[in-house]
Design a protein around this ligand. Structure first.
Ligand SMILES: [Mn+2]
Length: 407
């Protein structure tokens, strides 16, 4: 999209949606920020084609941060990086280290970045018999300790936010006692919370299956909500797009959590089969989710403390890592712009008069039909950012540099 196309496009959008609405959408896109995960830039992912990795993948945390800094320079939307304790702050993959986190904090600072949310890593070696829900106290203690360490790092060096994904569950009926498994999870989460500073927020992620195929200890938003409530203040639910049964109405889950006044968060990605963790695409489901976030006033607020926590959680197979991250940010900005164009008063009028199809058409005029590329482009131009970060990256020399250096 050229600057001229952008100008013409904005005029067309103003004619249809009104100048103030278009302006509000531009401002929202300018304010929107999202965390990128450190793990997207490295080897994590791959899959069924052996060892194939696209050239230039980051090998160390310093290289991951180099890449994240490029993404931030091109988008201006991602100044903090989500980290995993055992991937980013560990020498041996079994224990995390506060010292290592301090070094990473320095490396991030040198690149104009911050450490964002911290995930304790509950799924690496030693956790094949579950983590916080395990029957063995030594296993519970190991993971409580890691959770507390993650919280200390989050408070001292990061954004005071913990994101917990627990892989606990079972593969066969009878393998574990379902009730005790949940009670163990609850009690051990609370033991960890009691050792964590009150101002560290804890988001509990849920996932319907995998690695557990028969049962998962925290399979759905309701279970995550119960645990967050049980933990008390400063806990919420983490919604990851790939963690539901097919056909789940995710925007309704979001609406419910907002209605319950729970401060929650997102792991953005796109899926087709299961927990694919693909780059975010600008699809209608994501735009409908953003409509709930916009109308619930938990995104792109002038006061950032009113926003939910937004993170990208993706890994990649054969795709170029940096293209994939830039694409995700671009997609999220477009979905936000569409959500901002929904005429909420007109919609409320149709709802009041029970004009079902008219309400649906009013909604879809923005969510499905509006070409919002000029809004996103204008937001970037006004912030002196490249009009299209993906093309800008392709035209630059960074990819060649990392392909040469990272052999
Ligand atoms: Mn996730």
């Amino acid at each position: 999209m050229t600057e001229e196309q952008t100008k013409q496009g904005i005029k067309a959008l103003e004619l249809e949606f009104g100048e103030p609405t278009v302006r509000a959408a531009i401002e929202a896109v300018k304010r929107f920020t999202v965390e990128v995960p450190s793990w997207i830039f490295g080897r994590f992912g791959g899959g069924r084609f052996g060892e194939y990795m696209p050239p230039g993948a980051a090998r160390t945390i310093a290289e991951k941060l180099d890449d994240a800094a490029v993404v931030q320079r091109l988008t201006g939307a991602t100044d903090s990086v989500a980290m995993h304790i055992l991937w980013d702050f560990s020498e041996d993959g079994r224990l995390g280290s506060y010292q290592a986190a301090r070094r990473v904090h320095e490396l991030a600072g040198e690149r104009g970045l911050k450490i964002g949310s911290i995930s304790p890593t509950y799924f690496l070696s030693g956790s094949y018999r579950n983590s916080l829900s395990a029957d063995e106290k030594s296993t519970n203690d190991r993971y409580i300790e890691q959770t507390v360490l993650a919280a200390r790092i989050a408070k001292d060096l990061g954004g005071s936010l913990l994101t917990l994904w627990l892989p606990d569950g079972s593969a066969y009926p009878g393998q574990i006692q379902l009730r005790r498994n949940y009670e163990n999870m609850k009690n051990n989460l609370l033991k960890a919370r009691e050792q964590i500073d009150d101002d560290v927020r804890i988001l509990v992620e849920y996932k319907v299956f995998e690695p557990g195929t028969y049962s998962t200890t925290i399979p759905d938003w309701g279970s995550a909500y119960l645990l967050a409530k049980f933990l008390g203040k400063n806990a919420g639910v983490l919604v990851d797009l790939g963690h539901h049964f097919h056909g789940a109405n995710i925007e309704q889950i979001v609406a419910r959590l907002i209605a319950e006044n729970m401060h929650c968060g997102f792991h953005f990605n796109t899926r087709y089969a299961a927990d694919d963790d693909h780059a975010v695409e600008p699809n209608p489901e994501m735009s409908r989710i953003f409509y709930e976030l916009v109308s619930g006033r938990v995104v792109a607020n002038e006061k950032p403390e009113n926003n939910w926590a937004y993170m990208i959680d993706q890994c990649s197979g054969r795709e170029n890592r940096i293209h994939a991250v830039l694409h995700s940010i671009d997609s999220l900005q477009h979905c936000l712009a569409r959500a901002m164009l929904v005429h909420q008063e007109e919609l409320a009028g149709h709802q009041a008069k029970d004009e079902i199809i008219l309400a649906n058409r009013c909604f879809n005029r923005a969510i499905m039909h509006a070409d919002v590329r000029p809004i996103v482009a204008t937001a970037r131009l006004e912030r002196l950012l490249p009009i299209d970060p993906v093309s800008e990256y392709v035209a630059g020399k960074y990819q060649l540099k990392i392909e040469t250096e990272r052999r």
